[in-house]
Design a protein around this ligand. Sequence first.
Ligand code: WTA
Length: 658
Amino acid sequence: MKPSQEDKAALPVDEVYHTALETYFDVHRKSLENPEEFWNEHANIVEWYRKWDTVLDSSNPPFYRWFKNGRINLSYNCLDRNIKNHRRNKAAYIWIGEDGSEKIVTYHGLLKRVNSLASALKNLGIKKGDRIIIYLPMIIEAPVAMLAAARIGATFSFVFGGYGAGALSERINDSGAKLVITADGSYRGGKIVELKKVVDEALQSTSSVENTIVVKRTDSPVEMVEGRDMWYHELIRGGNVFVEPESMDSNDPLFILYTSGTTGKPKGVVHSNGGYAVWVANTLKWAFDPKEDDRWWCAADIGWVTGHSYIVFAPLLLGLTSILYEGSIVYPAPDRMWEIIDHYGINLLYTSPTAIRTLMKYGDAYTKNHDLSSLRVLGSVGEPINPSAWQWYYRNIGGGKCPIIDTYWQTETGGFVISPSAGLGLPPLKPGSGTFPMPGIDPVILDRNGKEVKPGEKGYFVIRKPWPGMFLTLHNDPERFRSTYFEKYNGGYYAGDYAIRDEDGYFWLLGRADEVLNVSGHRLGTIEIENALVSSSEIAEAAVFGRPDPVRGEVIVAFVVIKDGFSTDQEMGNRIKKRIRDSLGPIYVPQEIHFVRNLPKTRSGKIMRRVVKAVALNQLPGDISTLENSVSVDEVKDAIDTFSRETGTEGRKGAVPE
Ligand code: WTA
C-alpha cells in the first residue's frame, strides 16, 4: 500500500500556518544529540518535590527508567499548582451533558472534588500502590476519580464504558483491583447504558473487589449490595477536606491501561508518573501550541489513552480549559459537534478520522449553519486519515486556515510520536502523513530482517531510543513486555505498524502489521473475538478479520463453524452477536457473521485466518502451500457471494481496499 500521487501532493505552503521550520529541526536534533541536557530542561514543565539523580537509567534495558529518584505528584501538578496562580478560578472543564446540561468546574472546584474523593478512598482503606478500576462515562467524576487516585498514589485502571462484563472482570482480575468506581448508567445517543448492572455481573467472577462506589447519573434502578456498594454523593458529603498529595517516585505506576495484542489476553500497559507527565505536557505544547485563553476539545473517550493523556493530564498540567462532552457527536442531530464549537468558541479541536468521515457523510449543510471561525488548530488521531477526509476537515471545518495535526501514537507510547509541531515550526502538510517525529523520538523503518528500507518503501515502524513517555512494563508480565516489543529489532521498540518514509523524509503510518483490528479508532484483537466465539457451546471454530470500511476504517467479519446439531440461521447469528455484546462489549460485535462447514487450515490444524481474509476480500491469498483442505476456500467464497446477493452489497468485489 504505497501512497498515491494524490496522497503525496503537498499542500501549497500556506502563509497562515507555515512557521519557522528550522526551529523544529533544531529542537529535534538537540533532543537526540544531547538527551540529558534536553530533558533536564524540559522536565521542568512540571514541578518536582525532589529533582532526579539521573535523567535516564538504561542499566536494565528495555526497562528504561526516566528521571530516576525524582519525586512528584500529578494531582498536585494538575491542581494545587494551578490554584496558586491566576488559574485558580479558571475553568478546568466545561462539561456538556448529552441532554444539553452544562457544568463549569474551575481548577479550585476540581481540587475540592478531588480532595473529597481522595479522602473517601483513604477512609475505605485504599493505599499507595493499590489498584482501583474506574468504569465511568464522560462525566466530571471520571477525571476526578483519576486525579484522586493519582493524589493518594493508587494505580487506576480505567475501563472504557463500551466494554462488557467479561472484559471488565478480566481487567479486575488481572489488576487485582480492590475497588471499582462506576455509575448507575450513562447516556449515549439518547439511550441509557446500565453500567452498574455490568459491574454486578463482572463481580460474580472476581474476588479482589471489596467496595464499589456508584455515581448517580441516570437515576436508573440499581441494586446496592449492603456493605459493598456505596453512593458516591453520600460518601463525599462532609465539605472541605485536604488530602496531602503522596510523594511518588518518578517510576511508580500512575495507571494501567489494557489494550489488545496478538493473543487473547489483553496487555496491561503500565505508565509512570514522572516521565509520562513530562511527555504528555511537552507533546501537547509542541504539537498544538495551545494559548492560555484557548478552549481545547479532545473529543475522544476518556477511557482510551487519548482521553487519559489529552483530556486529563496534559491539558491540566498546562492549565488549559477543556471541553468534556458526555454523549454522541450525532445526537440529537449531526451538527452537535459544530454547535458546541460555535457556542463555546473552541480554538483547538482534536478528533478521529472515523468521526470526521461520519460527519462528512451528512454533507456540508450541517457545518454551514455554524460559525466555526474560532478554530485555529485541528487534530486527528487513532487511525490513518485518508486524503479526502483530510481535505474535508481542512476546508469545511478549518476554513482552509487551520493546520491539521495528524498525531500518530499508541497506548504504549503515552503521547504523540509522529506529528507536525505547530509550536515549533510546521512543515508544508501532506494529507495522510503525520510528517516528522516529536523531539526525543528516533524512528526508523525496517524490513523483516532489520535492514532499513529505502525511501518510499513500506516496512515496520521502530523507535530506536527510549523516550520519557514510554510505558514501564506490562502489568504482571515483564517477559511479554520484552519479547513483544523489544526482541525483534535489536532492542528497538517495535510498534506493530507499517510505515513509509517518503523522499522528503515525511512519515506515513499505514496501519497495523499484526493481528489487531482498528475499528473506528478502537484497537481490538482478532483472537480475543475468536476466543469469545469458540467459548460458546454451539461454535466449533472461528476466524475473524477486518474488512476495510469507508467510514470506520475496518469492520469486523467473522467466519464460524457451527457444531453438528445446531442450526445456522439468522437467529443463531443474533444469538452470537448478543453473546459478544454481553461479554466483550458492543464495540466487538461483528458486522458480518458467515457460517461455513470448514475453515482453511494448515496440515497441522492451524486455522489460516490470512487465507480466509484474502479469499473473502478477493485478494491474492499469498502462500497457500501449507493449506490442507482447498474445498474450504470455495466455501468461504460461496458464503461471501451469498451474503452479498442477500444484502445487496458488493461482496468480494466491493471489499477490495481503495
Ligand atoms: C493506530 C491510540 C495512523 C496505529 C492513540 C496504532 C494511527 C494504533 C494514528 C494505536 C495515526 C493511531 N495515523 N495510525 N495518526 N493514530 N493509529 O493504542 O495502528 O488505541 O498502532 O492508541 O492506532 O491505538 P491505541
